[in-house]
Design a protein around this ligand. Structure first.
Ligand code: CAA
Length: 256
């Protein structure tokens, strides 16, 4: 099964994360495919107007990084997993054309981070957002400690990161995490319309806006802190207990 499906909808590339059996959780194959698209794959499109990213099925956009792989990781490979995800999301964020997330369901952990690295987010009314890594004794590893505060401000970012609470699409809209909420099942259509609208504007101007905005948030050192600490927590008793509890479908015991 292809980890992402790539379609051409009237000059717009629609990338569908395609692991519905795992609620489209991000694994290495998904990241390899995303990397390939943003490096080379997009060149196969003649006159590409923009990119829309969505998830396969009605339930999930992306439910996070693949937790079932976490027990195999030590500090170094945990930190590498985080760095590689960060690098690919930087590439996406720096893409010269608009990249829009059509959030069709759960956008949790790495899924919320993937959506936040897109230039614009459109959510279906049934979408749910959150950074639940603390429930696993972890932190976000794909830039969530940096991009969430950019979108929602310090107080809400602390609350979402420290409680791991899930919020619905309307609350995500209210706090600025998403740009627009549409009826369930309509996010892809709305995202395609948004790309078409942007495509009617000056393409060079749009590219400079993307580059200029990215300059504002360029400090990479803060992301290195996140990936180093992600690896340390992944290798710790706390991280191992969190992933084991998820796999065993029970509550973690962090404090003995
Ligand atoms: N990784 C691996 N598998 C996952 C997954 C994930 N992130 N999320 C869901 N799945 C799997 C489930 O294990 C389940 O598989 P089985 O049928 O083999 O048991 C299948 O997808 C369906 O999920 P559920 O049965 O759990 O569905 P639900 O409707 O009861 O619950 C949910 C949905 C609330 C989204 C729940 O699946 C959930 O909490 N998922 C994990 C969310 C999460 O913690 N995400 C953060 C991951 S860590 C991360 O992303 C770190 C980072 O920044 C790099």
């Amino acid at each position: 099964m292809n980890p992402i499906l790539v379609e051409n909808k009237n000059g717009i590339a629609v990338l569908t994360i395609n692991r519905p059996e795992a609620l489209n959780a991000l694994n290495q194959e998904v990241f390899d495919a995303l990397d390939e698209f943003f490096e080379e794959g997009y060149k196969a499109f003649e006159s590409l107007l923009g990119v829309v990213i969505t998830g396969n099925g009605e339930k999930a956009f992306v439910a996070g990084a693949d937790i079932k792989k976490f027990l195999e990781l030590d500090e170094s490979s945990g930190s590498e997993l985080s760095k590689r995800g960060q690098e690919i999301l930087f590439k996406m964020e720096a893409f010269h054309l608009p990249v829009i997330a059509a959030v069709n369901g759960f956008a949790l952990g790495g899924g919320c981070e993937l959506a936040m690295a897109c230039h614009i987010r459109i959510a279906s009314a049934n979408a749910k957002f959150g950074q639940p890594e603390v429930n696993l004794g972890l932190i976000p590893g794909y830039g969530g400690t940096q991009r969430l505060v950019q979108l929602v401000g310090k107080g809400k970012a602390f609350e979402l990161l420290l409680t791991g609470d899930m919020i619905d699409a309307n609350e995500a809209h209210r706090i600025g995490l998403v740009n627009q909420v549409v009826e369930a099942g309509q996010a892809l259509e709305a995202a395609l319309k948004m790309v078409e609208k942007i495509a009617s504007k000056g393409p060079k101007a749009c590219q400079v806006i993307i580059d200029g905005m990215n300059l504002y948030f360029k400090d990479r050192d803060r992301y290195f802190y996140e990936s180093a600490e992600f690896g340390r927590l992944m290798a710790s008793d706390e991280g191992k207990e969190g992933a084991t509890a998820f796999i065993e479908k029970r509550k973690p015991q962090f404090r003995k």
